[in-house]
Ligand binder design. Structure first.
Ligand SMILES: [Zn+2]
Ligand SMILES: [Zn+2]
Length: 389
């Protein structure tokens, strides 16, 4: 029944997705996107609340009170120029829905429409969250601080993310950590500048930077930690024969669990302090703690597995062997309630949907929209049937 309803709204899902695809907006400026979503909810006859400026929450109240399951879609686009050969292009130059958040929002709107039609049969409530600023800014946190987990109190959460490198029809799950904490840092090194001909009279901050880079990159192997440390920028110097006074470097430190996350800050701090000291330089580390890793609950994953198995449109549920070292701020919800974050295959070689997310050529198979709606709706129903009494 769920699948039939989800596939019956295929044209509507495509039209919603394409409308959002044309207007990608970045973190906290999703004004037109939020307006479109709210207008659609009004059209569907579903009440909503505005939670933070561009965030929207709509709750379907089922029978007898019961538990509440949260479904989350992120809605922001990226500052990437649209170079895809998809027939519908971004209408904002330099911006693109290259992470498929337009698909997430369309799937969640479809799920709301579907569940609203059968709300009298639901064993609890389904709270749907359209969240701004996933890309690096952690828009989930202000929504949580604004009370999105209360009234009614949330008992579990699901989110899907498109995966263009997986075929349409496939769902990917993973127990435990599935996404990393994407923390980053900046190191400012102050040495002593001078003529390049007399290095012995200088404290070269670039030498210190090079040493710090090498030591940081050794961390995962040396300490056998499930993490990545990558220096991505080094700035210093103005010409070929002068040693600069200062150098600035930045990097990303990604881990899959909170112990490693804490350890990384300590290790990088130790490397920076000791190396600078050894060379007679000064160094300041600014560590920017972003979001926690996404850690899936195996019981919530079991609901995804069983729900997906009931659906004919799902070809295969595959178990991911390794976590991604990219991040997702869905982890803020997962810190508070049991959660599952799973991947929805949107890849299709026949139509050239073969590029990864964040590629300017990113393209998705729109046949996946009805599948996404089916899985989200079935997961919500099955969560409430399992835990809702
Ligand atoms: Zn992204
Ligand atoms: Zn994304």
């Amino acid at each position: 029944m769920i699948e039939e309803k989800a596939f019956a709204m295929k044209d509507e899902l495509i039209s919603v997705r394409r409308a959002l695809h044309k207007i990608p907006e970045t973190a906290y400026s999703e004004v037109k996107t939020a307006e479109y979503i709210r207008n659609k909810l009004t059209e569907y006859g579903i009440p909503y609340e505005i939670v933070t400026e561009t965030g929207t929450v709509a709750t379907i109240h089922g029978k007898n009170g019961g538990k509440t399951v949260l479904l989350r879609a992120d809605i922001d686009g990226l500052p990437i120029n649209d170079e895809s050969d998809f027939e519908v292009k971004s209408e904002r130059e330099g911006y693109m829905h290259a992470c498929g958040h337009d698909i997430h929002a369309a799937c969640l709107l479809g799920t709301l429409k579907l569940l609203n039609e059968i709300k009298g049969t639901l064993n609890g409530n389904v709270k749907c969250v359209f969240q701004p600023a996933e890309e690096g800014d952690g828009g989930a946190l202000p929504m949580i601080k604004a009370g999105v987990m209360e009234n009614p109190r949330v008992d579990g959460a699901f989110a899907l993310h498109v995966e263009p490198l997986e075929k349409t029809g496939n769902i990917q799950v993973k127990d435990g950590s599935i996404m990393a904490s994407p923390d980053d840092f900046k190191i400012t090194i102050t040495g002593k500048g001078g003529h390049g001909a007399y290095p012995e009279k200088c404290v070269n901050p670039l030498t210190v930077a090079a040493k710090i880079l090498a030591k940081c990159h050794e961390i995962p192997k040396k300490y056998d930690l499930p993490c990545v440390v990558t220096i991505c920028e080094i700035h210093g110097g103005t010409c070929r024969n002068a040693v600069p006074d200062t150098a600035v470097m930045t990097g990303t430190a990604r881990s899959l669990d909170s112990d490693t996350r804490k350890r990384l800050v300590e290790l990088i701090n130790e490397i920076v302090t000791d190396t600078a000291h050894n060379f007679g330089a000064e160094a300041i580390l600014d560590f920017n703690i972003l979001f926690p890793p996404v850690v899936n609950d195996s019981k919530m994953n079991d609901i995804v597995r069983k729900s997906a198995e009931k659906l004919k449109c799902v070809t295969e549920v595959t178990e991911l062997e390794t976590a991604s070292m990219a991040g997702d701020d869905f982890s803020y919800f997962g810190e508070l309630v049991p959660s599952s974050y799973f991947k929805l295959g949107v890849g299709n070689e026949d139509i050239g949907a073969v590029y990864p997310i964040h590629s300017p050529k990113f393209k998705a198979d729109e046949d996946a929209l009805s599948i996404g709606v089916s899985v989200l709706a079935q997961c919500a129903i099955d969560f409430l049937d399992t835990f809702g009494k």
